[in-house]
Every structure is written in C-alpha cells, then in structure tokens.
Design a protein around this ligand. Structure first.
Ligand SMILES: Nc1nc2c(ncn2[C@@H]2O[C@H](COP(=O)(O)OP(=O)(O)OP(=O)(O)O)[C@@H](O)[C@H]2O)c(=O)[nH]1
Ligand SMILES: [Mg+2]
Length: 229
C-alpha cells in the first residue's frame, strides 16, 4: 500500500517535469528568463515585487504571473505598475491547490505577451512545502522568509530553503520589536543550504531593494549569455 502511494507521487512529479521541460523550451524560444518566487503566505512576495518593479529594471521588460488560490488582489496591485500581469487561480480549475505546477503555468502562458517580455516573475502560492517540489521551467528560484516567521524555519522546511538560489529575509524593519535571532537563523540557513545568497530586505523601508533588483537583472543577464553559447 505504502509503496503504491510512493509510485503515484513519483509519476506525478515525472509528469510535472515533462511539462516543465516544455515550458522551458517555450521560454528559451522567446529568450525569456523566469524566476519562481516563493514564501509562506504573507511573507512579502508581492510587496517586494512592487518595490523591485516600481522603476524600470535596466531596459528589461518584465512580466508577472500571479498564483493565488482565489482572487486577483496581488495582480491588481502589480498591474498598477503597468507591467503585464496574468492571474492564475488554483481554486476554480484545480481544486484549490497550494502550489503552482508546470501545467498550471503552461495554461496561463497564452495570457502573457511572451515575445515582449525579457523577465517573467512567477509569484507562487504562499506555502513553504509543495511549491518547492514542483519545477515549472524556471531559471532561478528565490524565496522570501520574513523575520516574523521565527528563526528555525530553515530546519523545518529544508527543501524550500535548499532549492532556492536566493533567500530574501524580509520585514527587517520589525527586528527591534521581535525576539528573532538573526545569527541563529543564518546558522540554520547555512546548515540546510551552505553559503546560499541572502539579502536583508524591508519592503516597508526599501532596505535591500537595490541588490534585490540587481539579482533579478543578473538572472536575465545570465539567460542572455546562455542564449549566445
Ligand atoms: N513591516 C513590514 N511589513 C511588510 C513588509 N513586507 C510586507 N509587509 C506586509 O506584510 C503583509 C503581506 O505582504 P504581501 O506582500 O502581500 O505578502 P505575500 O507574500 O505576497 O502574501 P501572499 O501572496 O498572500 O502569500 C502586508 O500587510 C504587507 O504590508 C516589510 O518589509 N515590513
Ligand atoms: Mg502575494
């Protein structure tokens, strides 16, 4: 019984990876760099995107794919910045999934002007477990962990922290009001993903937004260089 269950999960992930490769091929055809942005609910993904995209990103044309269980709150916020945004709801079509998978992303691609975008940021559904398991064809993964979540998060959700190239430690403006032990958090982070790039940021004050924007530009630059090889 247990073995059957494991096999079903493996098949589901295999099927997902096949579609993720098809997404990747489409992204490559359009020379599109793609970032998968993940976090627990409310850690600050949309706020940090609003900050990053408030001014043009060094000639880059950016699009956003918003993943939420329901509603268009986040895509409405980002559309106000005049970037192309598509909203993907996992509730009506997919039964309220707690993550985006490659097929959901694929279904939303026609809603985005792919030939006119250089960088696509996918804001995943707020969750620290399932989104880490499903590749969607992205070039890079970034996650937000806010200081209100507690310093032991890397030890409790290691796959998420391990599968990202960048960890944004957000709401740093609140540090003075919390017991959060930043050194201990960084120690745990290095235990699960040694040396992973990390940025101390605050979407409230703007601290760390400049290097966050540079990181996004770096992903697009890397993609352009790879296309030339
Ligand atoms: N003090 C403080 N509050 C923040 C910061 N970043 C975000 N918030 C607040 O945290 C709440 C959630 O922020 P969002 O940006 O919507 O978080 P999210 O990760 O996109 O949330 P979901 O999409 O629901 O998963 C909002 O009330 C923000 O104003 C920050 O750096 N400092
Ligand atoms: Mg959001």
């Amino acid at each position: 019984m247990h073995r059957t269950k494991v096999r079903v999960v493996e098949h589901a992930l295999d099927a997902n990876n096949t579609i993720a490769r098809a997404n990747r091929a489409d992204f490559d055809r359009h020379q599109l760099a793609v970032v998968n942005l993940m976090s627990a609910p409310g850690a600050g993904k949309t706020s940090l995107l609003e900050r990053a995209l408030a001014a043009p990103l060094d000639g880059l044309r950016v699009g956003v794919l918003e993943g939420d269980v329901q509603g268009s709150y986040d895509s409405d916020r980002l559309a106000a910045l005049h970037v192309p945004v598509a909203q993907l709801n996992t509730d009506p079509g997919f039964g309220g999934e707690c993550h985006l998978d490659a097929n959901m992303v694929r279904s939303a691609l026609p809603a985005l002007p792919l030939p006119d975008i250089d960088l696509l940021v996918i804001e995943n559904v707020g969750n620290l477990v399932c989104p880490a398991e499903f590749r969607v064809g992205e070039d890079a993964r970034a996650m937000v962990c806010s200081v209100t979540e507690g310093e032991d998060e890397p030890m409790k959700y290691p796959l998420m922290f391990r599968s990202c190239e960048l960890v944004l430690i957000n709401k740093i403006d609140l540090l003075a009001h919390l017991d959060f032990d930043l050194d201990r958090f960084l120690h745990y982070l290095d235990q699960v993903n040694p040396g992973v790039e990390r940025l101390l940021v605050s979407a409230r004050t703007g601290q760390g937004v400049a290097p966050w924007r540079e990181w996004l530009q770096g992903v697009a630059q890397r993609n352009r260089e790879a296309a030339l090889l």
